[in-house]
Design a protein around this ligand. Sequence first.
Ligand SMILES: *Cc1c(COP(=O)(O)O)cnc(C)c1O
Length: 394
Amino acid sequence: MNEWEQDWAIETVGIRVGHERTPQGEHSEPIFATSSFVFRDAAEAAARFAGEDAGNIYSRFTNPTVRAFEQRLAAMEGGEACVATSSGMSAILATCIGLLQQGDHIVSSRSVFGTTTVLFNKYLARFGISTDYAALTDLADWERRIKPETRLLFLETPSNPLIELGDIRALAELAHANDCLLVVDNCFCTPALQRPLELGADIVIHSATKYLDGQGRAIGGAVIGDHKRVGEEVFGVLRTAGPSMSPFAAWIFLKGLETLSLRMQAHSSNALRLAQWLVEQPAVQTVYYPGLTDHPQYDLAVTQQVAPGGVVAFDVQGGRESAWRVIDATRMLSITANLGDTKSTITHPATTTHSRLSPEQRAETGIGEGLLRVAAGLEAFEDICDDLARGLSA
Ligand SMILES: *Cc1c(COP(=O)(O)O)cnc(C)c1O
């Protein structure tokens, strides 16, 4: 980053950082659709391969469009280095392969993306990396599960689908006191609303597929952190194993970052109004949203996040039948488990994202049959409400 860029606000960083204009003088970032790069002569080729010359060799590991995205996102998160990946899941995989070894142990929040749990339990376990799960909001539970072999604490905050918060600063202290790294999946907030590295986290993970894109067009991910761990170790995995981001996807995400702050504020403001409206509906029992003053972690949300975020969950009276009725009465909301789109989405966690849990596990984690999750899009608030009101008044 240039010296003067250090003082820019995140809105400016998201628009201006990362693009090195070519001699063509293009205003918008170009897509470098090339698999390899050519050298002026044999000596330059040798210098590149020897690592003495920093230029490009091959797009599995460096590409100017991908690098522009990496530099912009690193600057927004306040990290030294960023590695872009082909998906959010490969970002988590590359982080674990790059930073852990056989015999190491992970303590993860119990409330993480379902596929992340499968990655830990089914695949990493095969290579001798074990995982235990802690209740996100219970610091003593995290502490109890840390063993001498524990090297990494992993969480998402806010969590899905109940929108609970993990205290990043407290968990970072706990991690460091036990010689562990704190890894935060910042998918729900993005750097526009929450900057985990500033709160003490070591690594930030993204599924760029969600808000970074913001319009549901591409799959991608990223890992952000320091030069050594991310710039060398995680980058080394990418270079060798190759779950790389394509230049075209990088261009989409780069463009997404330009409007990220604006969109996150708008998602959050629609979600807050929606949560306040849901509280007033007789058919709604409980609303889970950290922007409501009676949310158990309202105070933490105020200090840890810039705004409460775009996702709201609520329980309707009458269990699954009523919940499905609300979904089936919608005409506009998209019935999909995805989030982070301009289009509002609605899902029934008990029978979709969390259907793999046993009924007991769901009861334990508070995911009832009447629970619905809405990711507020950018449509007019009144239209989102009207669409939900039909099913709620039925
Ligand atoms: C979607 C998601 C992922 C996985 O990302 P993909 O891009 O689908 O691989 C990881 N974490 C969270 C919180 C997600 O929502």
